[in-house]
Design a protein around this ligand. Structure first.
Ligand SMILES: *[C@@H]1O[C@H](CO)[C@@H](O)[C@H](O)[C@H]1NC(C)=O
Ligand SMILES: *[C@@H]1O[C@H](CO)[C@@H](O)[C@H](O)[C@H]1NC(C)=O
Length: 630
């Protein structure tokens, strides 16, 4: 599932408020963070049963015919009979909530991520594309990578000392747990369900990163023996050694195995680690703090297509003949630096949402601007990780290559730089920028398909301990009224503006409800999983077509606001849908749109043009109406 990033702009007004005494910088982390801040966060509530189903029916109104709605209303009524199935499941959920730190998180992590058998590349892991850097050669690539590594280590200092500034949303402090899950962790494939290991919580926290170049992995120790991080110049020298001992690109792209369907990879994994050397090499990657992929240059592109190509490179590496083998997709955090000035990252989604990742990127980018040169002490050669490629492993690699090539050909990526305006315009008209952009997406979709669709926007639940996400349903009766009016030449502008206002207001209300734990999607999921757990028969409301329609998100969207002029991207959630992620800056908006080429009905570039036009039309509408009033 692709509920990606948090949504509502997290205010990082932040205030360094150390919530734990700063301990001397060291690479060992206390296993238990006894933090006052974390302990005081409220628990995620279970919303009232009848409230959820009232809202469920409202949400379905724009998506269903009157007949279908009537059917669903009947099923809901049955489900809600006092003392019936609904009440029983609700009571069980409430019991679960009182026994657990967060009734949802474990279930969500499993059902959204670890149980999913689709490849993590394209289908789950988001990427972040940074603007093109000025370097065009290996020296530039390594210097940039060295600074970037130093920047991440600087960020890690705050994690190790538990001095990360606490984030706030709507004046409330947020759960910071996700920050502790993104370094030194890795997903591990299993035959039916994957797991995530986090080595940061062990007694001896890892001190190395992995660097991959020409499909060859190296262990790079990034701390001196006194515990101080390597300087940029030291890291640069180490990277140069890595580069020099991996000039040949004729090696087997072992990492491409991690891009497979999870069952396939699970089998290949067990086969791979039967060999002791392989097992140790895999373990070194899994334990490493993060991975840096030094990518080979990609084919040249027009400036206009460049960012779309970079987004694709972040999501899948470009196919087996390019950089798809230069990854370990199970690794939580992989920074990607190409010889051609490309940079960004890809992250495995199970442990965290976008905002911590984006916050890290902002920190690193800022750090990189300030970095100074320092004296050098010589260091040993970073060891190369060895893999024994048995005929069986070779076969698995060939099949992973084929699969990756199909996946990378199938992904249609379009990055739009909308430069007409940014947050400034909706703000000037007293509209929430996020709601405004969501309405532009609704309008673009409606114009293209003459209908609206089930729309997912991720909402942060981090106001609650260990909170992840819920769903903002951006498609509402109000959004439908607005887009229909926009397509109706008979409607006066004043009415369109009124309806836009209403639609944005409805979106804001839903957002408010969602971040306060009162949205419907996770509650419905909880009831369903509770029914499965109790081994009762599946209640009919979950077998209803309406439920399937509601869950089929043609638009899967997320706002990933960053200070850095970057854009996050992710694949569509359904075979015939779009993934849309945007970063609204003050005076422009970066938007990444994905679709699948195998679907005839979707087209990322057409949708991108539609979104631009919608944004332009909505601005004109607001300005013409405002002028007419004067
Ligand atoms: C790597 O190779 C280049 C070019 O051959 C050479 O100039 C440089 O000194 C080498 N670096 C290291 C660290 O071995
Ligand atoms: C939603 O829109 C439909 C169709 O226009 C209308 O019949 C219904 O009453 C509306 N519902 C609400 C709650 O406004």
């Amino acid at each position: 599932i692709y509920p990606i990033v948090a949504t509502t702009r997290v205010s990082i007004l932040g205030l360094v408020k150390p919530y734990h005494l700063v301990k001397p910088v060291s690479v060992t982390i206390l296993p238990e963070r006894s933090s006052h801040h974390q302990d005081n966060l409220p628990k995620l509530p279970v919303p009232p049963l009848r409230q959820t189903f009232e809202r469920y029916l409202l949400m379905l109104e724009p998506l269903l015919s009157e007949e279908e709605l009537d059917h669903t209303r009947k099923l809901v009524k049955e489900f809600l009979i006092p003392g019936g199935v609904g009440d029983r499941l609700q009571r069980s959920l409430e019991r679960r909530a009182s026994n657990k730190g967060n009734w949802l998180t474990e279930w969500w992590m499993q059902s959204a991520y670890l149980d999913s058998r689709m490849p993590v590349a394209v289908y789950s892991s988001p990427g972040v594309a940074l603007p093109r850097m000025t370097f065009q050669d290996r020296q530039g690539q390594m210097r940039f990578a060295a600074k970037l590594i130093a920047g991440v280590l600087d960020f890690k200092k705050m994690i190790d000392s538990e001095t990360l500034p606490i984030e706030y949303l709507g004046g409330k402090p947020l759960c910071m747990d996700q920050y502790y899950q993104i370094l030194s962790s890795c997903r591990i494939p299993g035959p039916k369900r994957d797991t995530v290991v986090n080595h940061a919580v062990g007694k001896v926290a890892p001190t190395h990163i992995t660097v991959v170049h020409n499909f060859q992995f190296f262990v790079l120790d990034v701390y001196n023996s006194d515990g101080s991080p390597l300087t940029v110049d030291q890291i640069y020298m180490q990277l140069e050694k890595v580069w020099n001992s991996s000039l040949q690109s004729n090696k087997e792209p072992i990492g491409i195995l991690t891009s497979q369907h999870r069952n396939t990879w699970g089998k290949a994994y067990n086969n791979l680690i039967k060999d002791k050397t392989n097992k140790e090499s895999v373990r070194a990657i899994q334990k490493s703090i993060f991975t840096v992929c030094l990518d080979a240059p990609m084919p040249q592109m027009s400036e206009q297509r460049y960012q779309s190509r970079v987004a694709a490179q972040m999501l899948h590496g470009g196919g087996s003949r390019w950089n798809s083998g230069n990854r370990w997709f199970d690794k939580t955090l992989q920074f990607i630096v190409g010889e051609d000035g490309t940079c960004g990252l890809v992250y495995e989604h199970a442990p965290a949402e976008g905002p911590p990742i984006v916050f890290l990127v902002d920190h690193v980018v800022e750090y990189m601007m300030e970095v100074v040169r320092t004296p050098m002490t010589p260091l040993p050669m970073p060891p190369k990780l060895r893999f024994n490629i048995t005929p069986e492993v070779k076969k698995d690699i060939e099949s992973a290559k084929q699969n990756m090539n199909i996946m990378s050909h199938d992904l249609d990526v379009n990055v739009v730089f909308f430069s007409d305006y940014g947050r400034n315009v909706p703000r000037a008209h007293k509209l929430s920028p996020d709601a405004f952009i969501q309405m532009a997406l609704q309008l673009a979709y409606f114009r293209m398909y003459k209908m609206c669709c089930s729309t997912y926007e991720s909402a942060s639940l981090r106001m609650f301990a260990l909170g992840r996400t819920d769903t903002i349903r951006s498609c509402s009766n109000e959004s439908l009224n607005f887009v229909q009016a926009m397509e109706d030449p008979a409607k006066p502008n004043a009415e369109k503006v009124f309806l836009l206002d209403k639609a944005c207001q409805a979106h804001r209300e839903y957002t408010h409800m969602a971040i306060h734990g009162q949205a419907i999607d996770r509650h419905l999921l909880g009831l369903k999983l509770q029914a499965i757990e109790e081994l009762t028969s599946m209640p009919e409301i979950f077998m209803d077509t309406a439920y399937a329609v509601a869950e089929h998100f043609h638009l899967s969207t997320s706002q990933a606001g960053a200070k850095t002029d970057c854009v996050m991207c992710f694949g569509p959630m359904v075979p015939d849908g779009y993934g849309v992620c945007y970063n609204p800056m003050t005076d422009h908006i970066n938007i990444a749109i994905t679709a699948f080429n195998s679907c005839e009905e979707t087209h990322a570039a057409n949708f991108g043009r539609g979104v631009k036009k919608a944004l332009r039309d909505m601005r004109s509408l607001l300005e013409e109406t405002a002028n007419a009033k004067q």
